[in-house]
Ligand binder design. Structure first.
Ligand SMILES: [Zn+2]
Length: 162
């Protein structure tokens, strides 16, 4: 393995699979987060009892002042695009048509956010600061995963009533 890569398309790959079984537990705060998504179509955040920092996903302890946080509470699944990228190829190098937009969405009123797909938007119209909202799968299709959110889409502001 002494090859020096100067072109990322020349990466050598060996298709195959490695059988791995594992059980991942979300933890107390993580479970509250996933239940809010699955059961209520909301996001949950926990606020530090010391400094008030709101964590999303929720945490049990504040990483800034080490105080405990309160019970996770639902927050609106809305936020702002903080950064994004447009993927034109998948992991195997196949063309993605249409391209897929991935964004880090800062959730309103919290110090946190999540990386997810953007949808219902032209990639050329995506910009930092774009206001977006989560689109959840129908309740019967939700499994308790972050993918119960189909994507985030731009918030459509209604014209002011005259
Ligand atoms: Zn704190």
């Amino acid at each position: 393995m002494r090859e020096k890569l100067t072109n990322p398309e020349h990466v050598r790959t060996w298709p195959g699979s490695i059988p791995v079984e594992y059980v991942y537990t979300a933890g107390v705060a993580g479970e509250a987060y996933l239940r809010a998504i699955k059961e209520r179509g909301r996001l949950a955040a926990s606020a530090c009892l010391g400094c008030g920092t709101k964590y999303l996903p929720p945490r049990l302890y504040c990483e800034r002042c080490f105080e405990k946080t309160g019970e996770p509470r639902d927050v609106e699944a809305r936020g702002t695009v903080e950064t994004f990228t447009v993927a034109h190829r998948d992991l195997e190098g196949r063309q993605l048509e249409p391209p897929v937009v991935y964004a880090f969405v800062r959730i309103d009123g919290t110090a946190g956010g999540l990386v997810h797909r953007l949808g219902e938007v032209d990639p050329g119209d995506v910009h930092i600061g774009l206001e977006v909202e989560a689109v959840f799968l129908p309740p019967a299709q939700r499994t308790g995963s972050i993918l119960d959110i189909a994507h985030f889409r731009p918030v459509r502001h209604r014209p002011a009533a005259t």
